[in-house]
Design a protein around this ligand. Structure first.
Ligand code: FAD
Ligand code: SF4
Ligand code: SF4
Length: 479
């Protein structure tokens, strides 16, 4: 089945088939059907093997994309997997949920005129095949080393750092306040984008490989940061960002107005078979309800599509800018439209109306005015242009800010930026507390899984340098 490269002139781009919208609405399975071997090889063979591969430059992990595409086209999948896994801790996850249109594929040189190589789908195919064939092995240390690392947060940043440090030979313990590992990959992102089994099997392999997990353990509540610092030679803070941005309008406190992540966590937990009283009581369940989601990012798209699958009577998304200026991925907007979501562009909530519980949203029509200093057009209200949307469940999806970590950890010496993210030395990734490092969304602000992985891998290297430089010095002391 070996394919020659540069086939983009002959072969059309073919993304994996999408399941029909009516079938998608009725279940929680992933939307795209995986490639079969022949389609993956053919699509990989469209790559023109650029001397300067812009796809690679624009991948946050600098994945060696042309090499694994060539190996896939030649049917050498085990080698393709090894190349893909050399730079990416979770290639099967990135292949599924990276916004490729803004990253690798959006910068593929054949995009102009021929449509890009389907890089993400091939990456997923390679790694799903590797799992099927048993090529993905639990991480094992090359040789044991002195040094114990405590990681707070089992999201992509914490997990990626843990894997690297464990393979280097350090003793690694990950602490997470949740009962499952994966961070937002398990409790934020819905099953129809990323099946939970894909995340859970990674966790199982890490446990098998010898990485320790202390779940149901919130640092700051159950254990202090000081205790962790005394116990470990270095500590990594990879706690993500979770404080929901609020909407300050009349009626915001009415029952039936809920935060996006509460809604998504309840839905994901239900899908995982947990007992979720707030879901069963109806408080966080869209079934039979008129749902309005406020916001235009990926979280908003996940909420509207979750509400559709829960059997909502209607789902409307209110966004204050237009379609072209949405922060969410265009692919997800299109999927949502196909699944029956109604979009009200250039509309912002003015009040949530209702007696005893929310019953409607009064919205204000907006228009895009002059650009501000950042070059982004300002949104301005159109006087007198208001309308109402029926809503007995309103989901606020306006983004996330960091929690007050110095207060939560009772560590006033932990410096933060004016946005509340942790301040680190960008060379060493260490905070002002010696031996305390930070990575992922808690440093960047709300970002992407692929950047979490990149930061996790980078910080592992920095922690290693730090421990090597300390030599046989005693474990770090709490201040
Ligand atoms: P997280 O994944 O947030 O993990 C942090 C972990 O730290 C959590 O498990 C948390 O329980 C734990 N923790 C926090 N505080 C404590 C404490 N005090 N003690 C112990 N444990 C603690 N990105 C994409 O690339 N593609 C997408 O399609 C996508 N969709 C998204 C959809 C939603 C709804 C959301 C909210 C985000 C989405 N993202 C997506 C963004 C992506 O999930 C995050 O950027 C990424 O997970 C950040 O990784 P992280 O490791 O920094 O933090
Ligand atoms: Fe593209 Fe993401 Fe894979 Fe990089 S990790 S090649 S950006 S899908
Ligand atoms: Fe292949 Fe496109 Fe990358 Fe060039 S930019 S190496 S054509 S995937």
């Amino acid at each position: 089945m070996a394919e020659k490269m540069l086939q983009f002139v002959r072969l059309q781009q073919r993304q994996p088939d999408k399941r029909d919208a009516s079938a998608r609405r009725a279940d929680w399975d992933e939307v795209y059907r995986p490639y079969v071997a022949e389609a993956a090889a053919q699509q990989a063979s469209r790559c023109s093997q650029c001397g300067v591969p812009f796809c690679q430059v624009h991948c946050p992990l600098n994945n060696n994309i042309p090499d694994w595409l060539k190996l896939t086209a030649e049917g050498r999948l085990e080698e393709a997997y090894e190349v893909a896994a050399a730079t990416n801790t979770f290639p099967e996850i990135c292949g599924r949920i990276c916004p490729q249109d803004r990253l690798c594929e959006g910068n593929c040189v054949i995009e102009k005129g021929f449509e890009s190589v389907t890089i993400g789908a091939v990456e997923q195919y390679i790694t799903d095949t590797a799992w099927e064939k048993g090529w993905v092995k639990p991480p094992r240390p090359v040789r044991p080393r002195d040094g114990s690392i405590g990681i707070i947060g089992a999201g992509p940043a914490g997990m990626a750092a843990a894997e690297r440090l464990h393979v280097m030979g350090y003793r690694v313990t990950i602490y997470d306040r949740h009962d499952r590992a994966g961070g937002l990959m398990i409790y934020g992102i819905p099953n129809f984008k990323l099946e939970k089994e894909v995340v859970l099997r990674r966790h199982e392999q890490y446990v098998e490989g010898g990485i320790r997990f202390e779940l149901n353990t919130a640092i700051g509540r159950d254990v202090t940061l000081g205790e962790l610092r005394r116990k470990h030679d270095a500590v990594l803070v990879a706690t993500g960002v979770y404080k929901a941005r609020d909407i300050d309008v009349p009626g915001a406190a009415l029952p039936g107005v809920v935060a996006a992540l509460d809604f998504l966590i309840a839905s994901n937990r239900k899908g995982l078979g947990d007992s979720v009283p707030d879901f069963d009581s109806g408080a966080l369940n869209a079934e039979g309800r008129h749902v309005v989601v406020v916001g235009g990012g990926d979280t908003a798209m996940d909420c509207v599509r979750t509400a559709v699958r829960q059997g909502a009577a209607s789902v409307t998304c209110l966004y204050r800018r237009d379609r072209a200026n949405m922060p969410g991925s265009m692919r997800e907007v299109k999927n949502a439209e196909e699944e029956g979501v109604r979009f009200e562009w250039l509309a912002a909530p003015e009040a949530f109306l209702g007696k005893g519980a929310v019953a409607a949203v009064r919205a204000q029509r907006m228009h895009l005015g002059l650009a501000d200093a950042t070059g982004r057009q300002q949104v301005e209200p159109i006087a007198g242009a208001e309308f109402e949307v029926k809503a007995d469940l309103v989901i606020k999806a306006l983004g996330f800010d960091p929690e007050d970590l110095p207060a939560a950890f009772n560590e006033p010496a932990l410096p933060v930026t004016r946005w509340g993210t942790l301040k680190v030395d960008h060379r060493t990734m260490m905070t002002a507390l010696p031996g305390v490092f930070a990575a992922g969304d808690i440093v960047r602000g709300a970002s992407l899984v692929v950047w979490g992985i990149r930061d996790g891998r980078d910080v592992a290297e920095q922690i290693h340098h730090y421990i090597e430089a300390r030599g046989a010095a005693p474990a770090i002391a709490a201040e």
